[in-house]
Design a protein around this ligand. Structure first.
Ligand code: MG
Ligand code: FE
Length: 169
């Protein structure tokens, strides 16, 4: 029983590591294209920095549990994120869609770390639990920021579009 829970914790940490690689690729592509929404760009860039730290913290947890980093899975996740970002860039409402996609992604991260906190607690991995709880709070803060700013960002997008200014990015 304990062995199974331990293996599950490790495999969820490996999933989380691949997810953070995907997040970094997706947000880097998004942030680099934003021109007219500086506040959004700054917040995404800040979260990219947090995301890199999260990835290295999760990697340390994996190593602590005697696991290896999921290189193939991470490479696939990065590739998928790049393809998605390229698809998003072709949309005339790129920034509006990007906010929604980011909001959804943060919630996937929230669910991932909430599960990890429970799994770490069950096997008495206090340090892993503490790390996952701290990351969870960063994901929640990012989701909250997107939720609060979405109306004014959408307003700005529609205003620019109405005025025939470049609005999508
Ligand atoms: Mg993250
Ligand atoms: Fe995040």
């Amino acid at each position: 029983m304990t062995t199974h829970n331990h293996e599950r914790l490790l495999s969820w940490l490996q999933d989380a590591y691949a997810m953070e690689q995907e997040a970094e690729t997706m947000m880097a592509a998004m942030a680099s294209r934003i021109e007219h929404y500086p506040e959004l760009r700054t917040r995404i860039e800040q979260h990219i920095e947090e995301t890199r730290q999260q990835a290295s913290q999760v990697a340390a947890c994996i190593e602590q549990l005697g696991g290896s980093l999921p290189t193939a899975k991470s490479t696939i996740a990065k590739g998928m994120a790049a393809i998605h970002a390229a698809g998003n860039a072709m949309m005339s409402d790129e920034v509006a869609k990007g906010i929604g996609i980011s909001y959804a992604f943060e919630h996937m991260e929230i669910a991932t770390y909430r599960a990890l906190v429970v799994a770490a607690r069950r096997v008495g991995q206090d340090e892993v639990e503490r790390v996952c709880q701290a990351i969870l709070e960063q994901e929640q803060a990012m989701a909250d920021w997107l939720f609060e700013r979405q109306p004014q960002l959408i307003e700005a997008f529609l205003e620019r579009e109405q005025a025939d200014l470049q609005a999508k990015r």
